[in-house]
Design a protein around this ligand. Structure first.
Ligand SMILES: Cc1cc2nc3c(=O)[nH]c(=O)nc-3n(C[C@H](O)[C@H](O)[C@H](O)COP(=O)(O)OP(=O)(O)OC[C@H]3O[C@@H](n4cnc5c(N)ncnc54)[C@H](O)[C@@H]3O)c2cc1C
Length: 427
């Protein structure tokens, strides 16, 4: 990999997401050699992926080059590499660009979509976990309307304009809200010769409420906002299959649709060599102790979504969100220095700063530890927080200008089919 030799201990970090970047920033000023490996050369701000999928933002504005984030640190090295295997016995990672030895390894590989073993849903549905997936979804949405315009078959037209989102968490709710706004504000102008009132947006949720991890008030208000926007919310219903045309559920309810978005689950993105045995927990996450040490190893750590750290408040592990990932990355950076200096490490304590979701223009729900509020002010808070955590001044400016433009003009100008999406048909 052409990494210079040094007398410093080598820390290899797998993943330049929220956790990996926080850790690398913390370590890069220390007397360690940091090698960050990522299969992409950019960091993705996943909370705004839904805006890319719905033409509100260009993908470049929510991605940032990893090399640029850490360009000022001489002990930092980035390699564009997909880590294929971890050899915890030989202290080595195996990648598509060759092997690399480590003194310390930190797995920060995040999460991947969980289809719960249903291969047909996996094959036929759309996911939204990465920029390429969001661009696929953007293309498909727009292609559907182009096709709907051409067909004279009413059933086919309805299916093309029917959007089914499985999962009523923040991703499903935010995507549904954005689609509802497109239906209201953009489709009638773009497709005057298509009866776009027929477009339907459905959220299917297996439990009895949406935004389950948030307060009852946030959940109820989000539901109210969505219903006012014309989104159909189906609760206590489980999707059982999707063959590319028909969604079946555990009830008599079925949906004909050309687009099923699967936002119903994620699991840890573990890597071969460290993906079996008693260090794996439910949800395919690596079981870590209070110091983010992977069970059974003294020099292997995990942070962020892939790590499962249980607490009294979170017996199933800390939430798979940006805040725990960033806080763990930062704290592990401090702890690794202590470890190298033979000082005792400090146990991690999660500082829960709350959760929020936006449903659309002037509509958001915010649960802070002390205050819970919904509506216009919540929407401003949501925008401020997302701008604040975006990496890069240019990105912040571009996103801000886009939001102001979209707000004033009721528009989403990135509705472009740059890379057409070809749906895999059932074989
Ligand atoms: C659509 C969506 C909306 C979200 N909205 C919110 C929100 O509003 N608020 C919130 O707090 N959280 C939100 N989240 C969750 C949040 O984005 C994650 O919790 C957070 O990204 C976790 O950070 P991480 O560093 O653990 O992983 P990630 O940020 O996912 O980073 C993992 C990195 O590892 C790399 N990687 C993975 N496997 C390999 C490999 N084998 N080899 C090399 N590199 C690899 C990936 O390329 C990636 O760069 C959202 C997530 C999604 C998908």
């Amino acid at each position: 990999m052409n990494i210079p030799k040094t007398s410093y201990p080598r820390v290899v970090i797998i993943g330049g997401g929220f956790a990996g970047i926080s850790l690398a920033k913390k370590l890069s000023k220390q007397e360690v050699q940091v090698v960050l490996l990522d299969k992409n050369n950019y960091h993705t701000f996943q909370p705004l992926l839904y805006q890319v999928s719905t033409g509100g933002l260009e993908p470049d504005s929510i991605a940032y080059p990893i090399r640029k984030i850490l360009k000022d640190f001489p002990n930092f090295h980035f390699r564009l590499a997909n880590v294929e295997e971890i050899d915890p016995v030989k202290n080595k990672v195996l990648t598509d660009i060759g092997p690399l030895k480590f003194d310390y390894l930190v797995v920060a590989s995040g999460a991947e979509t969980n289809y719960f073993g249903n291969s047909e849903i996996e094959k036929n549905s759309m996911a939204m976990k990465s920029i390429p997936e969001s661009l696929n979804l953007r293309s498909l949405i727009l292609e559907n309307f182009e096709e709907a315009l051409l067909t004279s078959d009413l059933n086919e037209r309805n299916a093309l304009m029917n959007f089914v989102i499985v999962g009523g968490g923040p991703t499903g709710v935010e995507l549904a809200g954005a689609l509802a706004e497109i239906k209201k504000g953009i489709l009638p102008k773009d497709y005057p010769d298509l009866d776009t009132r027929l477009a339907q947006i459905h959220i299917i949720q297996s439990s009895d409420c949406i935004l389950k991890g948030m307060s009852d008030k946030a959940s109820a208000k989000a539901e109210d906002f969505l219903e006012k926007l014309g989104v159909n919310i189906w609760k206590n219903i489980r999707v059982t299959n999707y063959d590319g045309k028909l969604v079946t559920t555990n009830t008599d309810l079925t949906f004909e649709t050309a687009t099923l978005v699967w936002a119903a689950g994620v699991k840890g993105a573990t890597i071969k060599g460290l993906n079996a045995g008693d260090f794996i927990t439910k949800g395919n996450r690596l079981f870590v102790d209070k110091f983010n040490q992977v069970k059974g190893f003294s020099n292997i750590f995990a942070v962020g979504d892939v790590a499962c750290m249980t607490t009294d408040e979170f017996p199933n592990g800390l939430p798979m969100m940006a805040q725990p990932a960033m806080q763990q990355g930062k704290q592990l950076g401090e702890n690794m220095v202590r470890l190298i200096e033979n000082k005792p490490m400090i146990p991690f304590e999660y500082n829960d700063r709350g959760a929020m979701a936006t449903i659309g223009r002037n509509k958001a729900v915010v649960d802070l530890p002390r205050f819970k509020f919904q509506g216009v002010f919540a929407w401003y808070v949501w925008m401020f927080v997302h701008l604040f955590f975006l990496i890069g001044f240019r990105n912040r400016m571009v996103v801000f200008i886009n939001w102001v433009y979209n707000y004033v003009r009721f528009d989403r100008e990135a509705r472009l089919i740059i890379r057409p999406f070809k749906k895999k048909l059932k074989s």
